[in-house]
Design a protein around this ligand. Structure first.
Ligand SMILES: [Zn+2]
Length: 92
């Protein structure tokens, strides 16, 4: 469990209402390590999807929000592999 301190510039920025944080790498990494199950701001497990899944090239984004502290962010997905290929190039 990480400690929230008031001296951390990222946390100070989080406390500013309705402002976007420029890529909080540590918080993002921690969130991904949790499998997307813990709020990056308050560590709550009460999370919801917020909006539609949007496909962008070989990736996708999905809005997410915390039901406890009302923080919002985008989940960012990347294409990593394929599955269940049905190769029909020899059938024509
Ligand atoms: Zn939260």
């Amino acid at each position: 469990m990480y400690q929230v301190t008031h001296t951390h510039p990222g946390i100070a920025a989080l406390n500013k209402k309705s402002s976007q944080i420029a890529d909080p790498i540590g918080l993002s990494r921690r969130y991904v390590a949790s499998g997307g199950t813990r709020c990056p701001a308050c560590n709550s497990s009460h999370l919801s999807s917020d909006g539609e899944l949007e496909l962008i090239g070989a990736g996708a984004t999905q809005g997410a929000k915390c039901d406890d502290c009302n923080s919002t962010w985008l989940d960012v997905y990347h294409l990593v592999k394929i599955a269940d290929l049905v190769d029909r190039k020899g059938e024509a």
